[in-house]
Structures are given as structure tokens and as C-alpha cells.
Design a protein around this ligand. Structure first.
Ligand code: SF4
Length: 457
């Protein structure tokens, strides 16, 4: 039996797609082996979000060439889609496949293995791209899975290469949802994260939007809870917030990219909302769902970002009652309008700003946890630590809790009471499973729960 190894870089979408590829190769009779072991085929699913992501991809390709000499080395994903020549120059790579080729990789690899030689470059432009489904488990847990329902992006943010790397927005046909839900139920997942490049732009070929997907899930009542991945602020509508506010299935957790709190920088970024609109969205969410977790993406060091612009972003975030910030350092991406804009920010300054936002994020998270102390939440036990006799998991509103319980505890939703926060550590308690995720607040037996200390790197 031929042996195949995979390596994935980048976002959850890429992980979901590698998982899909793994299933396809297994179906075709391949044995999947860990990356680094002897293999006949090695496939690397790449990312190109920053310059350092590109460098990491090249490093992994070289590692594959060393660890599997003589193997068929295939490179796919966003870096492959945009920089095939750069990969070909590494030498020794058998084939480079674009993102669209991911849908037919088994056949392509089989054919090219017979032909030999290389590097073969098979990267199609996105004329009329089709949607390739993917669902995968989170590597950290056996309870959470990701379901890709949307791909690509038709926006034109000035710093972003994703529309080039993944093509225009397209979505899973609505009628395929049921099949995926059933498979995820059968696999026993207790939480499913709906993902996409621009999830809020979900539009089925038959016209359904994201709100219709959520209404369908509400009616269907799957045996898992549902979490939404990142949504653009202009797509978080009052209707959507209202649905989440009334839902016992959809987690009260929104991740909404802001990118900058300076109106001028937002305009240069070509984002589709204003700072005021962003604030109104956050206010409305918290008015309707006071315990909701709101996460924010921010990009530091965009061309032209002065100290004043950054200070405006910092102040804006400081005032917002959000739960956490994901701060990213801007890096020039070839072919994007931002790459040629004036006002380059020195790299150490960009990094220092990212660091400050990460520190602010730690503070925000602590404050959010503190606001939730004393409340009852639902946690899905994910990881057991035999040394401390405790379980860890996430609440529906994205608080990491740890509680003492036997190792035989079923990985089913449980009520926990959040008891104590101590230097980035929450102490909490658990008991009673939550039938069908919709139980009323049950009395709980207090016990101590610890949270890992939050990272500030
Ligand atoms: S919304 Fe903007 S940043 Fe996000 S993927 Fe689309 S173009 Fe890129």
C-alpha cells in the first residue's frame, strides 16, 4: 500500500481541507503516515498570509525533501497558487497544485507519479471556481470539528492576497448541509465551527444566506452546538444578533475583524465599515447578549499608520468591552495595492505595536473572565490531565475552564459555575451533564477549576 504524509500551514480552512484530502487518499488505498516518516507521497498545504508564512512553507518543503528522499513531493494551497515559480526554484519538488486542484488531487498525483519528472505546475486561474467541501477535527480535541461552508472572497481589501489565492466567494450548496451535519453527528462531535474565508458572505447557489443556514440548524437541532468563525462587521446584522440572542444552539461568541480603529487607515485598507459602525455592532451584541464573547482582529503597521493612528486604535479597543484581540503585524504582499503605498512603518515599530495589543488583549481577557465569575456556563470537557485529575474545555462564550472530575467523565456538555479568577487563572466548578445542550440552569456541585495562565507573547 502506498504511504502518504501531510503537512498543513495556515488557517482552519486549510486544516479542514487537508482532512478532506486525507479521507480521499485513504479511500484510494493509501496509508496515512506522520509527516517526517518514510512516505511515497508527501503533500504540503501552504499559506501565504505574511512573508514569514512564505518562509515557513519553504522550510517545510526542504524538510520534506530531506525526510522523504525519492518521494513524490506535492505542494498545494495559497502559497502554491500565488508563487509556483518560487517553489519550483527550490528544486526536487515533484508538483505544484493550485487551490482549485485540491478537489482532484488523488487523480493528479497518481497520474504524475506515473509520468515522473517535474516539477509539474498545475495552477488554474479562478474563472468559474467550484466549491470543494471540507470538514475536519480540531487536532487538540476529539469533540470539536470545523465545517467549511464558504470559500474565497470578493472584497478587495488593499492589504490582502486571499481573493487572488482563493478566488471569488462561493458557498456550499444548501442541500448538502444535511449530509455534513449527519456525518458530524455520527462522528460524535459536540461542537462544530462553521468556517469560510468570508463566512458572512455565504450565499448558496439557490439563494440562501448565512441566516438561513442558522435557521435551518435551529430547526434541525443537531447533537452538537454551533460556533461561528470570523464575520466581517458589515455582515453582523441585527437579525443575526437577534437569532444568536435567542438561540440555545449557536454559541454567544462573535469574532469580528476591526483591523484598525483609525478612520483614515480603515479607508486606506478599503474596509467596508466605519469605526462608528463597528462600535454600534459591538454595542448591539452586548445589549442583546451581555455575556457574549467578542474577539477582534487587528493589523498593526499598515502603511501610513502613525503613532496617532495607532493610539486611536489602542484607545478604541481599550474602551470596547471585548473579550480578546488577535493582533497581526502587517507585511507587504506582492501585487496588493498596500504594498506600493507610501508611509512604510519600520518593522520594529510594527512589532512593538503588535506586542502592546497582545498585552492589552491579556487584560481584556482577564476583565471578560472576571465579568463572568459567578455565572453558570456550559462546557464540553476536551482534555484530561492525569497529573492534576482535571478536565479542560471551553464554555459556550469562549472561556477556558478546568475542573476536577474522574477520567471516565463522558465528553458531554456540562454545567460549570465560574468561581474565581486568580492572575489569569479561573477557578470554577462542574456537575450535571446538560441534556441536548438546552437544559435550564441546574444546581451544580462546587469544585475548583483552574484556567491556564494567559499568554502575553
Ligand atoms: S474581507 Fe478583506 S481581508 Fe478578509 S479575505 Fe476578503 S479581502 Fe481579505
Amino acid at each position: 500500500m502506498p504511504r502518504v504524509a501531510f503537512y498543513t500551514l495556515g488557517c482552519k480552512l486549510n486544516y479542514a481541507e487537508t482532512s478532506y484530502l486525507r479521507q480521499q487518499f485513504e479511500k484510494a488505498g493509501y496509508t496515512v503516515v506522520p509527516f517526517g516518516e518514510r512516505a511515497d507521497v508527501v503533500l504540503i498545504n501552504t499559506c501565504t498570509v505574511t512573508e514569514s508564512a512564505d518562509a515557513e512553507c519553504r522550510k517545510i518543503i526542504r524538510r520534506a525533501l530531506r525526510s522523504a528522499p525519492g518521494a513524490f513531493i506535492g505542494v498545494t494551497g495559497c502559497y502554491a497558487q500565488l508563487n509556483a515559480e518560487e517553489i519550483a526554484r527550490i528544486g526536487g519538488v515533484s508538483a505544484i497544485f493550485g487551490n482549485q486542484e485540491k478537489g482532484f488531487l488523488v487523480e493528479l498525483v497518481e497520474r504524475l507519479r506515473q509520468m515522473g519528472g517535474g516539477p509539474h505546475v498545475m495552477v488554474s486561474p479562478f474563472h468559474s471556481p467550484c466549491f470543494t467541501p471540507a470538514r475536519s477535527a480540531d487536532d487538540d480535541s476529539r469533540t470539536r470539528a470545523f465545517l467549511k461552508i464558504q470559500d474565497g472572497c470578493s472584497y478587495r481589501c488593499s492589504f490582502c492576497t486571499i481573493p487572488k489565492a482563493r478566488g471569488p466567494s462561493r458557498s456550499m450548496p444548501f442541500e448538502q448541509l444535511e449530509e455534513h451535519i449527519r456525518a458530524l453527528e455520527e462522528a460524535g462531535y459536540r461542537e462544530v465551527v462553521l468556517t469560510g474565508v468570508n463566512l458572512g458572505e455565504y450565499r448558496a447557489p439557490t439563494g440562501e444566506r448565512l441566516i438561513d443556514v442558522l435557521r435551518f440548524l435551529e430547526r434541525r437541532r443537531p447533537s452538537f452546538r454551533v460556533r461561528l468563525s470570523s464575520l466581517e462587521p458589515n455582515l453582523v446584522t441585527p437579525e443575526l444578533i437577534e437569532l444568536v440572542a435567542h438561540s440555545e444552539l449557536i454559541c454567544p461568541h462573535f469574532h469580528i475583524p476591526l483591523q484598525s480603529g483609525s478612520p483614515e487607515i480603515l479607508r486606506r485598507m478599503r474596509r467596508r465599515y466605519t469605526v462608528d459602525r463597528y462600535r454600534r455592532v459591538v454595542d448591539l451584541i452586548l445589549e442583546r447578549i451581555p455575556h457574549c464573547a467578542i474577539g477582534v482582529d487587528v493589523l498593526t503597521g499598515f502603511p501610513g499608520e502613525t503613532e496617532e493612528h495607532f493610539a486611536a486604535t489602542y484607545r478604541f479597543l481599550e474602551e470596547l468591552p471585548i473579550a480578546y484581540i488577535h493582533a497581526f503585524t502587517y507585511s507587504e504582499r506582492e501585487g496588493t495595492p498596500a504594498a506600493t503605498m507610501s508611509g512604510r512603518v519600520p518593522i520594529p515599530v510594527r512589532r512593538a505595536r503588535t506586542h502592546r495589543l497582545r498585552q492589552l488583549s491579556d487584560r481584556k481577557r482577564r476583565e471578560f473572565y472576571r465579568r463572568n465569575l459567578g455565572t453558570l456556563r456550559t462546557v464540553i470537557p476536551e482534555v484530561y490531565d492525569a497529573a492534576t485529575g482535571t478536565w479542560e474545555g471551553w464554555t459556550e462564550n469562549y472561556i477556558r475552564v478546568r475542573f476536577a472530575s474522574p477520567p471516565t467523565l463522558p465528553r458531554e456538555p456540562r454545567k460549570v459555575r465560574l468561581l474565581q479568577l486568580d492572575d489569569g487563572v479561573v477557578l470554577s466548578c462542574s456537575e450535571d451533564p446538560v441534556p441536548d445542550l438546552v437544559d435550564e440552569a441546574e444546581p451544580v456541585t462546587p469544585c475548583v477549576v483552574l484556567l491556564p495562565v494567559l499568554a502575553s507573547a
